[in-house]
Design a protein. Structure first.
Length: 171
């Protein structure tokens, strides 16, 4: 009963965002042309979603931002490791491509539902806005979330650079 009520009270926009994110994640499961502009769309969604809440509602903004930045740094390192393991960069007909992987979809879904649960908790218990532990936990989840994507972007850039350096004049 509780879960049905939560789903009913979730704004339709949230479900549209989830559908958009799933489509982006599924598209990443196939090989595709490297496009830095397209690569930053999903991280921007998660960044705006997390930072908007921090800046407008949290009582411990300074601490939350420090935790967010540290977590984003750690998430970026983890992202580089994960994406390096599950995705490769190659060049075909003068264009860089990345191999398909379900890693982005997995990261998107985990991030979405973690943030969804945290935001439901805030809707049910608004006192959490003033709770230091919750402010830290929310900031860490948001920071790691964005960091994982930043690590993926870095892996693509580093992969393209490594490809060019390893091929030398034949590129």
């Amino acid at each position: 009963m509780f879960l049905i009520e939560v789903i009913k009270r979730t704004p339709a926009m949230v479900w549209f965002i989830l559908a958009f994110l799933i489509v982006r994640g599924l598209n990443s499961s196939r090989d595709g042309e490297v496009s830095l502009i397209r690569m930053v769309i999903v991280p921007l969604v998660f960044m705006i979603w997390g930072l908007e809440k921090l800046f407008t509602s949290f009582h411990y903004l300074s601490i939350a931002l420090v935790c967010y930045v540290i977590a984003a740094g750690l998430g970026s390192m983890l992202g580089v490791v994960l994406y390096s393991r599950f995705r490769r960069i190659y060049k075909k007909e003068g264009v860089f491509y990345r191999t398909g992987s379900y890693l982005p979809l997995t990261i998107i879904l985990i991030n979405f539902f973690m943030k969804y649960i945290l935001n439901v908790a805030l809707a049910i218990q608004p006192d959490f806005y003033g709770d230091l532990t919750f402010n830290i936990m929310y900031s860490v989840v948001c920071g790691v979330s964005v960091g994982l994507f930043i690590g993926g972007i870095y892996q693509v850039i580093a992969g393209c650079r490594t490809y060019v350096e390893s091929r030398g004049a034949e590129v």
